[in-house]
Design a protein around this ligand. Structure first.
Ligand code: GDP
Ligand code: MG
Length: 172
């Protein structure tokens, strides 16, 4: 069975744990300790093939994060999350993107999906509706808007990433 190591990166409070736990356990958490970093395993079927996903939920804040360069080096695919309600989280996407590339140090394409979370929030967004997609084009990665709260595009995020990992593996 194919294994995929997926690392979730992004600033604190953007919903990394909420998205991970919604995907793995199908429940929405509202008070998850922001300092917890944990690994989850889930088996899924994509295009009729079984995969075991190992998902690393990171803490995001520099002072808490213990995610080692090693975890990133071993990652097969990455989800970079920002929140549409938090401008700074959007601004820091590039630093997460650069960190992945610096550590993986490869010429082959790295499967990365950029995710704008909290799509359910009906506020004046801190990030314009097209900015995320625009940035993803500049960075050359895929893009989805999600809501962990409404279970919107959560499964799709992981499934698209697995598809990308799998198609890159097949050409290597
Ligand atoms: P993390 O620090 O990135 O792991 O963020 P958390 O997953 O702990 O989420 C931070 C806060 O945002 C929590 O109160 C979550 O319930 C909330 N949150 C996460 N995802 C969503 C979402 O899609 N919609 C809304 N409205 N709130 C969310
Ligand atoms: Mg968290």
């Amino acid at each position: 069975m194919s294994q995929c190591k997926i690392v979730i990166l992004g600033c604190g409070g953007v919903g990394k744990s909420a998205l991970t736990i919604e995907f793995v356990h199908k429940r929405f958490v509202t008070t998850y300790d922001p300092t917890i970093e944990d690994a989850y395993r889930k088996q899924i079927e994509v295009d009729k093939k079984p995969y075991v996903l190992e998902i690393f939920d990171t803490a995001g804040q520099e002072e808490f994060t213990s995610i080692s360069d090693c975890t990133i080096r071993c990652g097969d695919g990455f989800v970079i999350v920002y929140s549409k309600a938090d401008r700074d989280s959007f601004t820091s996407v590039k630093s997460h993107f650069d960190r992945i590339h610096r550590i993986k140090d490869t010429n082959t394409k790295i499967p990365i999906i950029l995710v704008e979370n909290k799509a359910d929030l009906n506020l004046k967004s801190a990030v314009d509706p097209n900015e995320g997609e625009q940035l993803s084009k500049e960075l050359g990665c895929s893009f989805l808007k999600t809501s962990a709260k409404l279970e919107y595009n959560v499964e799709k995020t992981f499934v698209s990433l697995v598809k990308e990992i799998s198609s890159l593996r097949s050409v290597q």
